[in-house]
Design a protein around this ligand. Structure first.
Ligand SMILES: [Zn+2]
Length: 427
């Protein structure tokens, strides 16, 4: 087997919408956004896994990314996993929403199509250029390190019936919310590394938290998780370091982050420390077996969303940008359902190590459940693949409301549908 790492730039130009056009567009670049991945050759048709420093890639846009990479790698799109890291001073792309918003002629933008196509071209070029330089893939290793004082559950403030009263977001200044415990998180940063003999070629890192320290002023950044990755990359230039965001739909840094520039530095250090700690545990073992599994899902729309009402919200000039663009994205999901375009879940199994690729903003419960299902194996979970569903709460959280539930494009049946898929991939 062989492995071919690749990377390319996906930094938007000045003026490009950020976070799908809800916040200040790009003014300048604090640090570049990258797409980083690897092609695995020799286990059937090529397999590609890629992480992108964008907020999200939804529906048709996600299909377009996987198709572009598949063509370049000479494989099929079902063997390509594209996962976002979910920074917010970054592009958030739904092509259907862009079309609907453009039709309004209200000056709203989700994504600039020329930039989007440029990124697909760079993806093709980077993958094609990587293939002739593929290295032998002989060994795999895994490790984990506890991350201290970064993640906390966002849904801690509840009434006696469990209803969520207020959210502990990415940055928080509410003393009552800060004082509450971390709540349900997955504290472990996991690493899976691939080797050519004794030489580490690719290291994939996984941690479940929203990755924002501060955002909204137009300063494009890969934020604290990207900065930690870049620091490690500089120290180990011969190994390609990739960072994936796990199931972080209900997890963020608010308990430990006041949104200041200093907090970004502190959070960067803590993720970096987790990467280093995890790296210390890596003990390569010879690879015997590699397989790729997929499972298609197409969960139904959340019944609270009525197309006619969404179109009215989109058309209402009194609404702020977010309240016009978000309905357009929900309409994008509905269109996708009509087109019967499935979401592809996937898992890469390398002996006793599994990489699981899930869509959108899954709650952390999903990766904890997946770890139980995969008991006896080392499981690393990347979420934020196809972003069409937006938040994916667990079924029991729907009645408890809160922001995440209010913007979940799919119904509570998604829980069962997703879990069947996860069992299929890991069983
Ligand atoms: Zn989010």
């Amino acid at each position: 087997m062989r492995i071919a790492p690749f990377r390319f730039d996906v930094t938007p130009p000045a003026g490009h919408p950020l976070c799908g056009g809800w916040i200040q567009p790009a003014v300048d670049v604090d640090d570049a956004l990258e797409a980083i991945g690897f092609v695995l050759l020799g286990a059937g048709k090529p397999i590609v896994v890629c992480a992108v420093d964008w907020t999200g890639i939804l529906n048709d846009a996600h299909v377009a990314w996987r198709e572009a990479i598949a063509v370049a790698a000479e494989t099929t799109p079902d063997r390509v996993a594209v996962q976002c890291v979910h920074q917010h001073d970054a592009p958030f792309v739904c092509l259907h929403a862009e079309k609907l918003v453009a039709e309004q002629q209200a000056g709203l933008r989700v994504v600039e199509m020329e930039f989007f196509r440029t990124c697909l071209g760079r993806a093709r070029d980077a993958v094609k250029a990587a293939l002739p330089n593929a290295r032998a893939l002989t060994h795999v290793a895994h490790g984990e390190g506890k991350v201290i004082e970064v993640a906390g559950n966002r849904r801690m403030a509840r009434d006696a019936n469990g209803k969520v009263l207020k959210m502990r977001g990415s940055a928080c200044k509410d003393a009552e919310l800060i004082a509450m415990p971390e709540g349900l998180i997955d504290p472990m940063l996991k690493t899976v590394a691939f080797y050519d003999g004794a030489e580490k070629i690719v290291a994939c890192h996984y941690y479940a938290t929203h990755p924002m320290s501060h955002y909204g002023q137009g300063h494009v950044s890969s934020d604290f998780v990207g900065l930690a990755r870049k620091r490690r990359q500089k120290e180990e230039p011969d190994c390609t370091h990739i960072y994936f965001t796990g199931c972080a739909g209900n997890v963020a840094a608010g308990k430990y982050n006041d949104g200041s520039p200093e907090a970004r530095v502190r959070l960067t250090q803590r993720i970096y420390d987790g990467i280093v700690a995890s790296g210390k545990m890596l003990t390569p073992s010879r690879i015997e077996n590699v397989s790729w599994r997929t499972h298609d899902i197409l969960p139904p729309t959340n019944p609270v969303f009525i197309a006619e009402k969404l179109r009215a919200m989109l058309a209402d000039p009194k609404n702020v940008a977010a309240n016009r663009i978000r309905p357009a994205m929900t309409l994008g999901w509905m269109q996708r359902l009509e087109n019967r375009t499935p979401i592809v879940l996937s898992a890469l199994h390398v002996d006793g190590v599994s990489l699981l690729h899930l869509p959108a903003e899954c709650f952390v419960e999903y990766q904890l459940r997946a770890q139980k299902i995969a008991a006896g194996r080392f499981l690393a979970t990347a979420a934020y693949g196809d972003g069409g569903p937006w938040y994916i709460p667990v079924k029991e959280e729907y009645p408890h409301g809160g922001y995440e539930v209010s913007v979940a494009n799919c119904s509570d049946e998604t829980d069962g549908i997703l879990m069947r898929g996860i069992r299929e991939l890991l069983g």
